[in-house]
Design a protein around this ligand. Sequence first.
Ligand code: BG6
Length: 478
Amino acid sequence: MIYNELAAFPDTFLWGSASAAYQIEGAWKEDGKGASIWDTFVRIPGKTFKGTTGDVAVDHYHRWKEDVALMAEMGLKAYRFSIAWTRLFPEGKGEVNPKGLAFYDELINELLKHQIEPIVTIYHWDLPQALQDEYGGWESRRIIDDFTHYAETLFKAFGDRVTYWVTLNEQNIFTGLGYRQAMHPPGRIDEKQFYQVNHYASVANAKAIASFRKLVPHGKIGPSFAYGPVYPYTCKPEDILAAENAEELSNHWWMDVYAWGEYPKWAWSYLEKQGVAPEVTEEDLAILKSGIPDFMGVNYYQTSTVEKNPLDGVTSGKFNTSGKKGTSEATGTPGVFKTAFNPHLETTNWDWEIDPVGLRIGLRRIHNRYGLPVLISENGLGEFDKVDEDGRIQDTYRIDYLRSHIIAIQEALSDGVDVIGYCTWSFTDLLSWLNGFQKRYGFVYVNQHEEGKHDLKRLKKDSFYWYQRVIQTNGDTL
Ligand code: BG6
């Protein structure tokens, strides 16, 4: 602590919580919705934990009024949710499906009725399967115009009522898991393709933002980046260099493009030498510069500690998707960096390091480098939760986690960082892409599991009442 007193949260601070369409809605074939790449992927045996799908998820599509009523009861100031592209455009483009539009229209109106600020995520990974089939989805330049057209449809439909927008959720994650680790659709391992896909996604992001300026001149828009600030494992210069490499290749590669419309220099030259740098046109560069966001959305879960990796060193290691502590492995890029276990941090059962100070560090790095306000668009703890006999869920571990991260935000505010809001992940329990329903994040427990039938009943956890008080007191009572 370097201050006697911390800055107060601004009155306008967006105390929020978040979700994503595929993880909550269910109703995967209802009211004209088309199939997304996730609807297809989860049907391939062995891809998700116990074969879980989002066919029903937590049935938000049918229970959204009940869910919004719970948000209102909590006093939530903002709710971040995503729109399923396939509900609006079952084939990814063409005629808009009025029922898809109506669903989100009603949801937005209901939120506003309760003074809850809607934060709309345009894309949270559920690409229309039709676009994947037609031209490879993000693998083709054609995605740029289809994405922009989809985004413009949303701007025109909801821009009169929705101020805050998130373009792409965690571009670094959906492209990495989709094209490097083959753990998300379309399940490839192709480094060159990974960088090309990212380039198209960045151009699509910028083009949508440029269009937003014309269609929603008073709105605020930005991407949500999965930011894991990097630490060196030791003070050996080789490890410091590895950390610089990782920060540039794993973070600046995206954030520099969002904030400045430019690729970082060392990373570009390294990737060119490896023969994997993307093909970029002059027009692309102009588009990147024309679509600078209003804020950097940050999804923060953990930091990453790295060390020197020899040329014949570690590449891709195993992820822990079982909830059995200590089952994840180091990953890295030979000659550049590899991850290391940080002995100073506790981890969750999924081996995610718990590091609130890392959030403060990350916020300061963004503030200093880009000068942009930050919206924390996700932060939370995924754990096994237990329902007591009397129906109570005593998730003190989640309260401790969130409290420590909120203090870190307050410290960052005191440091001068402009943080405009905090969305926890998540409001209700929901489907974790690869970990099924057992890895829970919500303030509201949902009786849904991977096996057997469940009644999808909503139960308020202890953390629900805790966050309610935090909001009521504008962060004074933690
Ligand atoms: C983020 C995503 O990566 O982390 C969410 O935006 C996701 O969609 C969340 O659910 C937590 O990840 P996981 O793997 O624990 O569900």
